[in-house]
Structures are given as C-alpha cells and as structure tokens.
Design a protein around this ligand. Structure first.
Ligand code: ZN
Length: 86
C-alpha cells in the first residue's frame, strides 16, 4: 500500500463522523476525498450516507413547513434547547 492510500483509508466510524460533518458543509478537501474513497469501497457506509441525506432532507422540509405555518420557537424555548445541548 502506498503512503497516499494509507492516508486516504479510514474506518467506518471515521466515515460516519465525516458524513455527519459533511451535512453541515464543513469538510476540508482532504476529508471529502477520504469520505468519497471510503464510500466507493464500503456499501454499508454508502447506504448510510444516502439514508442520512434523506433524513436530513425530510427534517429540513418539516422545518420549512412549520416556519411557513408560523410555528417558531419562543426565545425561552430556544434557550432551553441550547442549554440542553451544552
Ligand atoms: Zn464503511
């Protein structure tokens, strides 16, 4: 295995982390390359990425629909959620 291949090969766990990071458009060029190479070799992670993208799209759609219906969080509700995430 050449050094480039060694650097590019990542575990499924690392691919899952990069996949989550990708949903926030926060991947570097090298991370994108590692994730793409892994997905080409690993059917499980490729399927996981597709399913995650579908779930993200569904959540985004629901959020847009709720916002259009005037459903928004109050500042107190937002603060409670932010506090729970810390
Ligand atoms: Zn994998």
């Amino acid at each position: 295995m050449n050094p480039l291949q060694k650097i590019a090969i990542i575990s499924c766990r690392q691919a899952a982390v990069l996949g989550a990071k990708a949903s926030f458009n926060a991947l570097s060029l090298v991370e994108k390359m590692k994730l793409r190479m892994h997905a080409k070799m690993c059917t499980t992670c490729r399927d996981y990425q597709k399913d995650s993208a579908l779930i993200d799209q569904a959540i985004d759609k629901i959020i847009r629909q709720k916002e259009q219906q005037g459903h928004t969080l109050s500042p107190t509700q937002r603060d409670k959620i932010l506090e729970a995430l810390r």
